[in-house]
Design a protein around this ligand. Structure first.
Ligand code: SF4
Ligand code: SF4
Length: 349
């Protein structure tokens, strides 16, 4: 750990809400916690940030200035679903032909210390379904998993090793195969505790093959308030908007979170909107999260099973429910739908 690193960890905020925030002492760190409503991915893709700033003087072209470099943070206690979301964001912003410098600069300053789960944190977790948990298989610098009274510590990178080395006597060499086997046994035993056990692969197949009925999207669109909350809390959703802010001779280009549920999201300058109705926007949202194209580009579905959309959608249209209703009403396959519970409300008119 460098002297300049900030320590961001799960801690209690006003009214007892669990948040990821800078902590000054170990006493403030929560070690037994339900995941936060706002993902720690907000330290990589903040709700609002300046992409660049500029000074303006009469008659002169704007003088572009760099923004303040991001600070170094150790993100401690990141749950495996959010580790998977960071991997997705890395591929989205840095894995293609064009690299997003703003994201890349931020990402380079973050060290990820994961906290593996040995069971669901609450009834909305469905990471077992979206192959993102309960423990991370990669994507972390260090991962801690509670095993009895101890923590199994796994090193995932040189950065992680640099954190372990100064720990000295605090750590003891694991009887690695035995402790790993015990961790895996605990994880395996926890699978039946996850409420939604249906595999989203079937939903991916139906939606990718355009095998979902139009009426389904009309029903879901009619229920949706268009509030965008599901995308705004989703650690995988990466859409953003940009706008200019200028005052007293200084300006900044700001980028901020956006949602494909907002009517203005796809509105073109001509006034034409290719996704004018809520049902079209609902289909786009679900299709982008579940289609094969997303899987082949980013190595996973656009969902890591964190359950946050289940917690915030007042219309009860969350992604687990959408996946379930697609499986039921897409091309029928009774064997595949036999085991998955239906979230009350999804798909009803
Ligand atoms: S699905 Fe739910 S959370 Fe998402 S925009 Fe619609 S009403 Fe809001
Ligand atoms: S779609 Fe819902 S459950 Fe999936 S990652 Fe996003 S917020 Fe979490």
């Amino acid at each position: 750990m460098n002297a300049t690193d900030h320590f961001i960890a799960p801690t209690l905020a006003l009214h007892g809400d669990l948040v990821f925030a800078r902590v000054a002492s170990a006493d403030a760190v929560e070690l037994d916690y339900e995941n936060s409503l706002i993902s720690p991915t907000c330290y990589l893709l903040p709700q609002r940030e300046a992409v660049f700033t500029y000074a303006m003087a009469d008659g002169a072209p704007p003088e572009v200035r760099a923004v303040v470099p991001p600070e170094s943070d150790i993100l401690f206690g990141v749950r495996p679903c959010d580790v998977a979301a960071i991997e997705y964001l890395d591929r989205f912003f840095m894995g293609g032909e064009f690299k997003d410098d703003v994201y890349a600069r931020r990402r380079a300053t973050k060290t990820i210390v994961a906290m593996g789960c040995t069971g669901p944190q609450n009834e909305t977790c469905w990471c077992t379904c979206s192959h993102a948990g309960p423990v991370a298989r990669n994507g972390f610098d260090l991962q801690l998993t509670p095993v009895g009274d101890d923590y199994l510590v796994e090193v995932g990178s040189e950065r992680g090793m640099a954190l372990v080395e100064p720990a000295g006597d605090l750590l003891t060499e694991a009887g690695a195969p035995e402790l790993l086997a015990e961790r895996d046994r605990l994880v395996e035993a926890s699978w039946h505790k996850f409420g939604c056990q249906g595999n989203i692969a079937q939903a991916m197949r139906w939606i990718s093959g355009d095998d979902t009925p139009e009426e389904l999207w009309q029903e879901l669109g009619a229920k949706c308030f268009g509030c965008g909350s599901c995308s705004l809390v989703c650690p995988v959703c990466s859409c953003f908007d940009t706008y200019e802010y200028a005052e007293d001779g200084m300006g900044a280009r700001i980028r901020c979170w956006d949602s494909c549920h907002f009517p203005g999201y796809s509105l073109e300058a001509s006034g034409f909107n290719p996704r004018e109705t809520a049902s079209e926007r609902m289909f786009h949202y679900a299709h982008h999260k579940l289609c094969y194209d997303t899987f082949s580009k980013y190595g996973r579905p656009g969902c890591v099973g964190c359950g946050r959309c289940v917690q915030v959608c007042s219309a009860q249209i969350d992604l687990p429910s959408i996946a379930q209703v697609i499986r039921e009403r897409g091309r029928q396959c009774r064997d595949c739908t036999a085991h998955a519970p239906v979230h009350e409300g999804a798909g009803e008119t």
